[in-house]
Design a protein around this ligand. Structure first.
Ligand SMILES: Nc1ncnc2c1ncn2[C@@H]1O[C@H](COP(=O)(O)OP(=O)(O)O)[C@@H](O)[C@H]1O
Ligand SMILES: O=P(O)(O)OC[C@H](O)CO
Length: 499
């Protein structure tokens, strides 16, 4: 049987997707399913790991069926995932002992404050590349061990396993035979030493996390195991690629050379710049992260993580009912000639880069009697672009590189208003590629490289092609006036929540 396809499983914050790609990197078929978001308390966010596995395995089967493709025509599966989200399960039963604590969840802010009080900020930055924040997995694991009855004893006996979503999916796909992750995901846990490439003993001790819970950390492109025959009607497909979704998008955008950057507009917004084998330390609130381990070497990236981007559009739709579909936001925003002085800071779960304020909360400022629904919708879209500028400025400063182009992807880049405003407010051309499912494509490439479906990165880079370039059209004075208003609005949102 000729193996003609690669499948990517893209487990995102709001949906599970399975996509089949051909050799040209074109999408043959895609299946997608949304799943439940749980908000048990203000600032808390959870997912049900069984629902994640159920939707992911469901779309895996569905995409094969709709495409009329047999499992043994798939050369390999690549996994990409929402990062940091933490699952702890009992290795004897395979059942999670608590819901997945999602990357956006703020419940461990106080644990982070304690770590800061102990003076660990420099240590964490130096060794993990991260800032101390509730965003990352380490404090989420501690919370589960401290708060679920009997968890710590079980963990100490070696009965519990931890994994981010990649690890959880692979554990289930292999029916408990394989407990692994890759460098890119490990670098988001705040317990992984990105220079020495091993779990950090001091931080594990500090958080009381037994090493026996942790997955083995492997390169991003190699065969980790095969799917259990019972999952896919007897087929045993190699699982051959893993990367956190933002690093996968960097790979899918063919940002293989130092200085190339992409920005992904999904639930949040994540700008990553390849820094090659060099570990660049940020002085401006960015993270240092592992991009991938491929071809026997580990490469790094600078990252600006924005917690709420497309999610602010979902909020307009689901909570304020100002729009029916995310797409409508483009139409309504374009009805107005400007924002009429209205700014919306979507700090619903605090602010990430470059502010790192766990206690910031959302705010709308500049309202007058003339402010209408369209202005609020427009302000929501504009907030995505302003947050990106905050991050781009930090990135240019840290890397000493002035970006010549910004490659974009993710669900919200379909919005032409947003893309044009983005280019205007950055003063940098925005390049939207033909395939905006770059995250899944990156995972497919990583898996394909491991099984020789594609042979090297040059072969991949040749496939990247642009759909549309948005060029900056705004006058300098206007741009700076608007951005200055944004900075003032951000100040109003900061340090709001009181513990
Ligand atoms: N046309 C659009 N304009 C603005 N936002 C959009 C548009 N289409 C989708 N979005 C937003 O993009 C996000 C979905 O993008 P996606 O890449 O699927 O996200 P994720 O991988 O985080 O689940 C949602 O938050 C949605 O509100
Ligand atoms: O699911 P996404 O695409 O919003 O990505 C989430 C990020 O990986 C969080 O760090």
């Amino acid at each position: 049987m000729v193996k003609k396809y690669i499948m990517a499983l893209d487990q995102g914050t709001t949906s599970s997707r399975a996509i089949i790609f051909n050799y040209n990197g074109e999408i043959i078929q895609m299946a997608q399913k949304e799943f439940t978001q749980y908000y048990p308390k203000a600032g808390w966010v959870e997912h049900d790991p069984m629902e994640i596995w159920g939707t992911q395995s469901g779309v895996l089967r569905e995409v094969l069926e709709t495409a009329g493709i047999r499992p043994n025509e798939i050369a390999a599966i690549g996994i990409t995932n929402q990062r940091e989200t933490t699952v702890v399960w009992d290795k004897n039963t395979g059942k999670p002992i608590y819901n997945a604590i999602v990357w956006q969840c703020r419940r461990t802010a106080n644990i982070c404050d304690e770590l800061k009080e102990k003076g660990l900020e420099d240590y964490v930055k130096e060794n993990t590349g991260l800032v101390i924040d509730a965003y990352f997995s380490g404090t989420k694991i501690k919370w589960i061990l401290d708060n679920v009855e009997g968890a710590r004893e079980k963990a100490e006996k070696g009965d519990l396993l931890f994994g981010n979503i990649d690890t959880w999916l692979i554990w289930n796909l292999t029916r408990g035979r394989v407990h692994v992750t890759d460098y890119s995901n490990a670098s988001r846990t705040m317990i992984y030493n990105i220079k020495e490439l091993k779990w950090d003993k001091k931080l594990l001790d500090e958080l009381g996390i037994p090493a026996s819970m942790l997955p083995e950390v492997r390169p991003s492109s190699e065969i980790y195991g095969v799917t259990d025959p019972k999952t896919l009607g007897g087929a045993q497909i190699p699982i051959a690629g893993i990367a956190g979704d933002q690093q996968a998008a960097l790979f899918g955008q063919a940002c293989f050379k130092p200085g190339l950057a992409k920005n992904t507009y999904g639930t949040g917004c994540f700008m990553l710049m390849n820094t090659g084998e060099e570990v660049v330390r940020s002085k401006n609130g960015l993270l240092t992260t592992i991009a991938w381990g491929v071809d026997g070497k580990v490469e790094y990236a600078l990252e600006g993580s924005i917690f709420v981007a497309g999610a602010v559009i979902q909020w307009l739709r689901d909570e304020l009912h100002l729009i029916v579909n995310a797409k409508d936001s483009e139409y309504f925003a374009s009805q107005e000639k400007d924002n009429n002085g209205v700014y919306l800071v979507p700090a619903f779960v605090g602010l990430g880069a470059p502010y790192w304020d766990m206690y910031a909360r959302g705010t709308i400022v500049g309202l007058t009697r003339g402010a209408n629904r369209n202005h609020i919708i427009r302000a929501a879209l504009e907030s995505i672009a302003y947050q990106t500028r905050d991050v781009l400025e930090a990135m240019q400063e840290d890397s000493g590189i002035q970006l010549q182009e910004l490659r974009v992807d993710g669900g919200a880049v379909e919005n032409n208003f947003l893309m044009q405003f983005q280019s205007d407010i950055l003063g940098v051309p925005v390049h939207r590629p033909k395939t905006i499912e770059t995250t899944a494509l990156g995972a497919a490439y990583l898996a394909g490289l491991a099984v020789d479906f594609w042979h090297d990165k040059d072969e991949i880079a040749k496939r990247w092609s642009v759909d549309r370039i948005f060029k900056s059209e705004m006058e300098e004075i206007e741009k700076e006036k608007l951005y200055n208003g944004w900075k003032r609005a951000v100040e109003r949102s900061r340090n709001w929540e009181e513990e």
